[in-house]
Design a protein around this ligand. Structure first.
Ligand code: SF4
Ligand code: SF4
Length: 135
């Protein structure tokens, strides 16, 4: 039976260092959500990623994501897919030591339903592993 990790919104993943990368169209959606023009959004809230190959969300001086506001995400309805996918679609060895998501045994259908709800992604139960900032 697949395991679905149920997020308890502890926000730890919004506070550890790393890149929150944006896919095509995500900057535009976040800019619209915030009522900003795209160029202003990019100037105020993004930086070059560590590979210097594209843009990531900027960080505050304490290393947390620029959009973390208390325990809330200012772009929650339109947050990047990278944020939506953690920890079910990607994670890293030992992630459950720092992430408080609860493992739930669910059927494959239920797993797919929940993943679609969370991320808009339709894929077989499983997921990728990699090490970066989830958001
Ligand atoms: S995914 Fe994990 S680390 Fe991130 S907010 Fe949810 S429980 Fe916390
Ligand atoms: S954009 Fe992602 S990393 Fe930033 S606060 Fe929202 S969920 Fe967290």
């Amino acid at each position: 039976m697949p395991i679905y990790w149920e997020c308890d919104r502890c926000t730890a993943c919004c506070r550890w260092p790393g890149d929150v990368r944006m896919e095509a169209g995500e900057a535009e959606r976040m800019a619209a959500h915030l009522g900003l023009e795209l160029d202003e959004f990019i100037r105020r809230f993004t930086r070059l990623n560590r590979q210097r190959s594209g843009l990531s969300l900027d960080e505050k001086p304490d290393g947390s994501c620029v959009f973390l506001d208390g325990d809330d995400c200012r772009v929650q309805p339109v947050k990047p897919r990278q944020c939506r996918g953690f920890p079910n679609l990607w994670n890293f060895p030992g992630f459950d030591q720092v992430c408080r998501a609860k493992p739930r045994d669910v059927s494959a259908d239920e797993w797919r339903r929940r993943i679609e709800r969370d991320s808009g992604v339709n894929q077989p139960a499983g997921g990728d592993s990699c090490a970066d900032r989830p958001g």
